[in-house]
Design a protein around this ligand. Structure first.
Ligand code: NAP
Length: 254
């Protein structure tokens, strides 16, 4: 029996867990940061909350006798991804990252790529605009610097306390979001600009397709650079890696 720890908080992590759950040769645990008030149900046992840096994660890997660590966190969750690589090395545990490829702009897209949320705010310009902000609630602070805009802010959990700007409306929602619904939302709120991360995958692409259809620019936050470590883009590749004879050959206890 191999013990697998998946670092999750994404649709991919849940889908991977669902593929692994029926296997009698694997004992799978999924780890969540514990940020969302009512997380989606998972098909395997869940542990929740930070580990206490790379050292804490390495200690967890050792004490829980984990054989393989799979980082299936969101591509913008840079701290846990860096910690995961270091912890796996430290604990001598096999490691693989599962990260969905970024979206690529296609004809009709008007993307303005920026480094981070503060740069996104600068890119909005001085004139008041109506802006759909599709970022996490922990990434909103820089928007206070540009109170002239009207913001429509969507997050999984409510933004509490609300942002210190005079014109902001808040909606909550968890993907997947269909293009037609996103388009209707943008029309209803008379949106002129969208601020987004390049998350990749299907679940949140609807807003990108809707912006294209409506001729709206998207201010796209660039992805943080991933750590230098083995990485794949699909669940099938993770399964192949787990079943590869050499995956566990250099790890602790073998
Ligand atoms: P982050 O900045 O990379 O991580 C901050 C700290 O949160 C980590 O150092 C770790 O604490 C803890 N942590 C993060 N993910 C964890 C996990 N899966 N299990 C246990 N602890 C975890 O992460 P983030 O960007 O805040 O994202 C937090 C979670 O939300 C992740 O699970 C991610 O997959 C999910 N998520 C993030 C985004 C995004 O845009 N960033 C979007 C959708 C979902 P310790 O150092 O104490 O271990």
């Amino acid at each position: 029996m191999r013990r697998i720890l998946i670092l999750g908080g994404t649709a991919e992590a849940r889908a991977l867990a669902a593929r692994l759950a029926p296997r009698a040769d694997l004992a799978v645990t999924l780890s969540l940061a514990g940020r969302t008030a009512s997380p989606a149900p998972q098909p395997v046992p869940v542990r929740s909350g930070g580990f206490g840096g790379p050292e804490g994660l390495a200690d967890y890997l050792t004490s829980a006798r984990i054989d393989a660590l799979i980082d299936a966190t969101h591509p913008y969750a840079a701290a846990i991804s860096a910690n995961a690589v270091r912890a796996a090395q430290r604990a001598g545990v096999a490691f693989l990252a599962l990260h969905r490829p970024p979206w690529q702009p296609i004809a009709g897209d008007q993307w303005i790529e920026v480094a981070d949320a503060a740069s996104a705010v600068a890119a909005l310009g001085n004139a008041p605009r109506r802006v759909f902000v599709a970022l996490g609630r922990n990434e909103l602070a820089p928007f206070v610097q540009a109170p002239q805009h009207h913001y429509l802010i969507r997050s999984v959990d409510p933004v509490d306390p609300p942002l210190g700007v005079p014109h902001a409306a808040y909606i909550t929602g968890r993907g997947p979001f269909e293009e037609a619904d996103e388009r209707a939302l943008m029309v209803r709120w008379r949106i002129e600009l969208v601020v987004s991360k390049n998350s990749g995958g299907e679940a949140s692409y609807g807003k990108i397709a809707a912006a294209r259809a409506l001729g709206l620019p998207v201010i796209m936050l660039r992805r943080p650079a991933p750590p230098r470590a083995p990485s794949v883009a699909t669940i099938d590749h993770v399964l192949a890696w787990l079943d590869h004879a050499e995956t566990f050959s250099t790890t602790r206890g073998v």
